[in-house]
Design a protein around this ligand. Structure first.
Ligand SMILES: *[C@@H]1O[C@H](CO)[C@@H](O)[C@H](O)[C@H]1NC(C)=O
Ligand SMILES: *[C@@H]1O[C@H](CO)[C@@H](O)[C@H](O)[C@H]1NC(C)=O
Length: 351
């Protein structure tokens, strides 16, 4: 249900008081309705250059860096879509880069992975039973055709899935022959893992211990997979204190000044405790409306409002259930360690 709060974010339209002093990361307009004629440059990172395609009646976005060393498949969460992974760009007018999602793609591109994201057919991924999963059929075809078409079929493939997308990735990864996967906030499909063997892709779980339900399922599955010879690790994502410039540090659309006023307002409202930890889960409190009502931040770039982006950052600090790029280094090191044990270094074979 709290997901609906996130989704509802952009429906919140605030009226901006003309005289109220406000801090913004870009030139303020007198209306927060739209930036159609006044695009903020902050969220148009030139490193994004995705291609949008529609296949089998579903949305696909991909980007291939120069000299790719691998392919990274990404699966979004329940009720979410693929447009949060890339900034708005000529190839994708509907993209609206959410800070955590886009950070994963930017790091993937920096590390020379060709990236592909496909929208699930329904609101959540249809992962089980495999035989009846339409998502399996569609994503397998799309990804397989795409790697062939772009000459990526010899490259190793890795996968990342969040929440419902984590379940789907746990199912899809052996089918697509992925070399390594990372699953965030999801136990994976039990029925598949209980039959896995040492050939199953090395799996790294990120989990949030504040969510006891998923945590117990994930830890149970880790033990199960270990007992079956699967290479598997788990890394907790813990709550952490917010600092004054936190929102600006993670989001190029937010100034330090704005970040500090949000911080102070949270503290005054006891939404931060004396250790600067977020006190109430963003799944249980409508921070979006609170931000707007307190005149802390308004403004929408097409398809997203900045308050929604702040909520994503509150979510990672609270660490109950959230897309998160806070452990990207560990994720990509995990991929690389799996790939290194596979790939023969061509420099060495020439010696
Ligand atoms: C993942 O699949 C399990 C069943 O194996 C299910 O209990 C769980 O709710 C699913 N999780 C998500 C996030 O869809
Ligand atoms: C914003 O604050 C951070 C410290 O938290 C600092 O490193 C950075 O230079 C500041 N940016 C500006 C534009 O003042």
């Amino acid at each position: 249900m709290a997901l609906m709060l996130l989704l509802g974010a952009c429906l919140v339209v605030s009226v901006v008081g003309v005289s109220a002093p406000r801090s913004r990361a870009w030139e303020s307009s007198s209306s927060s309705l739209s930036f159609a004629t006044q695009e903020p440059r902050c969220y148009l990172d030139p490193r994004f250059n995705p291609t949008y395609e529609m296949h089998y009646n579903t949305d696909v976005l991909w980007q291939i860096p120069e000299s790719p060393r691998g392919v990274m498949y990404l699966a979004h969460g329940r009720f979410l879509d693929i447009f949060s992974f890339f900034d708005r760009s000529p190839g994708c007018e509907r993209c609206y880069g959410l800070p955590e999602d886009r950070a994963i793609v930017l790091d993937a591109l920096d590390r020379k992975y060709a990236v592909i994201v496909v929208k699930s057919l329904g609101d959540e991924w249809d992962s089980w039973p495999i035989e009846t999963s339409k998502d399996k059929v569609v994503v397998t075809s799309i990804v397989t055709d795409w790697v062939m078409e772009h000459g990526l079929d010899e490259l190793p493939m890795v996968g990342f899935g969040y929440s419902s997308g984590g379940n789907f990735t746990s199912m899809l990864s052996p089918i697509l022959g992925m070399k390594s996967i990372v699953i965030l906030d999801s136990p994976g499909v039990y029925e598949i893992l209980e039959n896995a063997d040492a050939s199953y892709p090395p799996t790294l779980y990120f989990y949030m211990p504040k969510d006891p339900f998923f945590t117990s399922q994930i830890l149970r599955n880790v033990e199960l997979m270990k007992s079956r010879g699967v290479k598997v690790e788990h890394v907790p994502m813990l709550e952490f204190p917010i600092i004054l410039e936190f929102f600006a540090l993670r989001n190029p659309c937010i100034s330090n000044e704005t970040s500090r006023s949000i911080f102070r307002a949270l503290l005054n409202a006891k939404l931060l405790d004396e250790n600067n930890l977020v006190t109430i889960s963003p799944w249980e409190f409508d921070y979006n409306s609170w931000i707007e009502e307190n005149d802390l931040l308004s403004g929408c770039i097409p398809h997203t409002c900045l308050s929604e982006q702040v909520v994503q950052e509150l979510n990672i600090a609270f660490a109950f259930h959230s897309m998160s790029s806070t452990k990207n280094d560990i994720m990509f090191d995990w991929f690389e360690s799996s790939l290194e044990s596979e790939v023969v270094n061509p420099m060495l074979s020439n010696v």
